[in-house]
Structures are given as C-alpha cells and as structure tokens.
Design a protein around this ligand. Sequence first.
Ligand SMILES: Cc1cc2nc3c(=O)[nH]c(=O)nc-3n(C[C@H](O)[C@H](O)[C@H](O)COP(=O)(O)OP(=O)(O)OC[C@H]3O[C@@H](n4cnc5c(N)ncnc54)[C@H](O)[C@@H]3O)c2cc1C
Ligand code: SF4
Length: 338
Amino acid sequence: MMRLPWFKHRAPRTVAEAAHILAAEGKGAMLIAGGTDLLPNMKRRQQTPTTLVSLRRIEGLKQVANGAGLTLGAGLTLSELVALPQVGARYRALHQAASQVASPLLRNMGTLGGNLCLDTRCLYYNQNEDWRRAIDFCMKCEGSTCWVATASKRCLAVSSTDTAPALISLGASVRLVSGQGERDVALNDLYQNDGMDYLARRPDEILTEVSLPDLAGWQSCYWKLRRRGSFDFPILGVAVAVRCATDGTVEDARIVLGAVSSRPLLTDAGPLLIGAKLTDEAIAAAGKKATSAAKPMDNTDLDLYWRKDVVSAFVGYALRELRGEDMSATRRRVGQHA
Ligand SMILES: Cc1cc2nc3c(=O)[nH]c(=O)nc-3n(C[C@H](O)[C@H](O)[C@H](O)COP(=O)(O)OP(=O)(O)OC[C@H]3O[C@@H](n4cnc5c(N)ncnc54)[C@H](O)[C@@H]3O)c2cc1C
Ligand code: SF4
C-alpha cells in the first residue's frame, strides 16, 4: 500500500489567510483543493510538499456571479459546475469538458481551480517511486534525463486538463491572488509549453476565479478522445467555439487542442475559418491546420502517430456538430460520451 508522506496541514477560511500562509511557508508549501491529483502524486513521491494549504473551507471560492458574462469560483467542484444551468445553456464546451473529467466520484471532489492547475502527465513520471528509481528517475522529478526524448532539454509531459482547452476557446481569464495583490490573466497566458514549468503562476499565487465573457451569438463544444469513457484522462481534447452571421458565414472562431503538448494549444485553425461557411472543404482545411499544430509524444496512451492523425477527424466532428449536424451517435461511439 502506498502511504502519504508526513506533512503539515493548514485550513484557512479566507483567501487572504491562505495567501499569507503560502507566503510564510515558502517553497515547501502547496495548495490543495479536492486533492484528487495531488494526493496520488504525493503517495508516489512525485510531489512532496512539507505543508498543504487547503482551500476547501474557503466559502468565497465557491461563488458564482452573473453579469455580462459569468464568474466562477475556483473552489467549485466539477459536479457543482456542471449542475449550473448558465454553464449548460451558454458555455457548452465547458459543460461538456467538465462532465467528462474522470468519474462522478472524482468530479464530486475535484475542483475547477485544481483542474486548471493540474500537473502534467507522462508514462515515465506517473509511476510509483520504486518504478521510477529503477530507471534512475527522470528530469521532471529527481533525475536528469528525459526518457521520452533523451536529447531534449525540456520536459515533454502532457497537459491533461479537460476544462482548460474549453475555457480558452471561450475566451476565459483567471484571477491570481497573493499577499502582494491580485492580477487577471487571459487563461491562454497562464500556460507554458514546458512539462515542468507549465504554469505562469507564481508559487505564492492562488487562482481564485475564472471569468467568462458574454458569448451571445457563439456556439461551442468539446470532444474528448480516451481509451475508456468511464474515467480516463484525455489523450486528445478538441474545444471549438464559433460565432456565425445569420447567413452562416463564420465571423470568429477558436480551435484549441488539449493533451497533445505540454500546454493547451490555441491553434491557427480558427482564424482560417473566418469569412467562410462551415462547408466540408472549410472543415477539412481547419482540421489539417490543427493537425499540424499537434505534437503528441510517446508518453501517454495509444500510438502517437495515430493520435496526431485523428486530430483532423475530431476537429471535423466538433465543427459538424456546430453547423447543426446530429453527431450524437458519433459522440457516443468515438467520444464515448452521451
Ligand atoms: C483516476 C483519475 C482520473 C482522472 N481523469 C481526469 C480527466 O479525465 N481529466 C482531467 O482533467 N483530470 C482528471 N483527473 C485529475 C483530477 O481528478 C482533476 O483534474 C481534478 O479537477 C483536480 O482538481 P482537484 O481540486 O482535486 O486538484 P488538487 O489535486 O487539489 O490540486 C491539483 C493541483 O492544482 C493546484 N491547485 C489546486 N487548486 C488551486 C488553486 N485554486 N490555485 C492554484 N493552484 C491550485 C494544487 O496545488 C495541485 O498542484 C483524474 C484523476 C484521477 C485520480
Ligand atoms: S517527458 Fe521526459 S522529463 Fe518529462 S516526465 Fe516524461 S520522461 Fe520525465
């Protein structure tokens, strides 16, 4: 049985108190929300914080505010998020992404903030300590070599969050709060293409809320590829948001890929659609463009060449759904999503 290492546990009631503790404890401290990713990582000794600062008692992190758009507290569980009628009605990509994270039990514990700050994943890293010691560890944790690409100076672990691609396609921004103040950043700017240093968030900053703009006139959806529909991480996520004129001409579009890089990828495929209608030809061209951006590595489930090839098909499914085709049978069969 894998046991947790010893750690100090702090349970503040306000964001200000949490920020104060985080700053005072320094490098050894980490935030914990639902713990569904961090605690397994600690059991495997991938992450060994000396202090955990729990966000679970901070009621302020559960707030939902309607305005021109929608503001969501980072402490909302994914189940609470999916149950919000505003999310289902106006931000479908987010609803579909959150409802496909892990399993119902994990969604009852796992939070929006934790999902956005989720550690990157790799077959050589998400193993127990003995397994990793047998290969002399790897660059991301305790070692010096990247076993996925031995000449690589950079860790290529995969960004595996489902909600981040969806929220980037919806133009979301996040608020980061520390003892030094607060700042709002576009969610797309929160991520860096580096499996070890994957967030542009300082260790003393707490992600407190996610803001979505008013997206009247936009439609969106999220398609996820995974081996088992019951609870697997994505091996490809495709989030698409499109605004069309009344005659069907695309006025604006964003196509974001997840799980094919160390960060969610906002591709050039969206702008390619602007001024066109969602014809088969335009959809195929967008799929081709998105495929060229995808850089899957041999460090997660299924064959990497096949995973790159299917990007085009998944972009196609998403765009066809948004142009009004009934894709429910394909969604059930390929995406394993009702
Ligand atoms: C079997 C299994 C299957 C899974 N499948 C999926 C999946 O399909 N898709 C998916 O996206 N995830 C999946 N997960 C991962 C995880 O369950 C979810 O991503 C969940 O939303 C994480 O949220 P949490 O609150 O539990 O995060 P935690 O584990 O508490 O924290 C995760 C990380 O985020 C940091 N953090 C948490 N909250 C904040 C905050 N407010 N500000 C700054 N940093 C913060 C923590 O310090 C930690 O580094 C799976 C996990 C398991 C065990
Ligand atoms: S990509 Fe390389 S350095 Fe990163 S976790 Fe995998 S093996 Fe380790």
